[in-house]
Design a protein. Sequence first.
Length: 295
Amino acid sequence: MTWVGRIVAAVAFVSSVLFVSLSAGSNRQQAAFSTRVESVRVDVLVLENGRPVTGLGPADFDIADNGVPQQVDFVSYEQIPLNVVLALDMSESVAGERLEQLRDAGGAVLDGLTKEDQSALVTFSNVVSLGAPLSGRVADTRRALDDAYGFGETALVDGVYAAMEVGESDAGRALLIVFSDGLDTSSWLTADAVLESARRSDAVAYAAAIGEGASSSFLRELSNLTGGTLYKIDSTRDLRATFLRILEEFRHRYLISYTPRGVATSGWHRLEVKVKNRRASIKARPGYLAGQLMP
């Protein structure tokens, strides 16, 4: 495919994803990091001695928005269905045993979903494809995963952007599980533009990467901005365990909601989340961007 063809394909796919996302807007919950900050939702993992802490409520958390203490309105734990989007590198280097191990890892995640959860598959090579749209029909996602195969280059940045839009196209908690074995070689969108979008998104992105992909500054920054983790693995043999670890960790996260008070309605908002009276470690996004449209 020529470079013109790649651009046309990327524009067409991203446009279609945006259309689905906007069309669903009237039926979905208010996004946490939208242009109108009516409430802010923050996914938070609380650990003590490396183990998740359970049983916490609103009174157990302190949240500061740009240094201003906020009142926590709502805390949910394992109550809101998940929107799990597999965003998988299907470039030419993903073939043979590597492809089979990737399919096995993705299948293990699908096996771990409940009947209330939804799943989707986005693949990226030199083009981005929506293998299965977000739905509760796990069999559709599994079938698309079985049909996927490696070819072409790597449009990692375009693939991640599409996956974020798919994950937030319906109510629920959006989890992106990204796999790549290489650096971006053919995206139309820029890394900075997609990371800017991640600052407005309430999706949490985890990545598992090998080879050159493990050194991707884009994946590292994406996981940091969304409160996820970049796992650098030695082989695709480790993918199944890594994917299952990601799903298990995400299910142990709290969803905290508050209405911002005493802070500006636009710009970057720095978030600080603490648990009262415990020596716990916290994993959460460092902030959110409010009141500005995507460039």
